[in-house]
Write a protein that binds this ligand. Structure first.
Ligand code: HEC
Length: 124
């Protein structure tokens, strides 16, 4: 009887661990894909380290945001909301209405989700 309990506990644990592992890898995958999108759509302005120092930054009136500091600069607004607003051209609270292009019609929601996972993963 005791052995059965032990075995079923072990099995339950194994399933629990496996569950966690696959959840973690789905997240890792989203972060990785987010970085791929980032390289295509965002890197030229926000930079390869997301510090706002991309090659186009020098040509802009307003420095692109340091995307590693989203959490620090406004801990009360969730990052998904900030990203969604930025790519949709909603600029309240930002310094300019001109410098960041509007992506909303061009990015699928899954792409925005993956970009968000990437940006969440690099917060300082
Ligand atoms: C053409 C240059 C350019 C590109 C490309 C660009 N951005 Fe930006 N982004 C900016 C600038 C400039 C700002 C700062 C705007 C301001 O402060 O008014 C900014 C600000 C932001 C912010 C800050 C919003 C906040 O809440 O403070 C986020 C998030 C952001 N960008 C995400 C992205 C993502 C994600 C991409 C790629 C899909 C991207 N940006 C592509 C120029 C760019």
């Amino acid at each position: 009887m005791k052995t059965t309990t032990l075995v079923s506990t072990a099995l339950l644990l194994a399933f629990a661990v496996q569950g966690t592992a696959s959840a973690a890898s789905a997240k890792e995958e989203a972060i990785q894909k987010g970085y791929e999108h980032y390289k295509i759509f965002c890197i030229n302005c926000h930079g390869k380290n997301a510090d706002g120092k991309g090659p186009l930054a020098a040509t802009m009136k307003i420095t692109p945001a340091d995307l590693r500091l989203l959490k620090q600069s406004d801990p009360d607004t969730c990052i998904a909301e900030r990203v969604l607003k930025a790519v949709s051209g909603v600029h309240d609270g930002m310094q300019t209405k001109a410098d960041m292009p509007t992506f909303s019609g061009n990015l699928e929601s899954i792409t925005i989700y993956e970009l968000t996972q990437f940006l969440k993963a690099i917060q300082k």
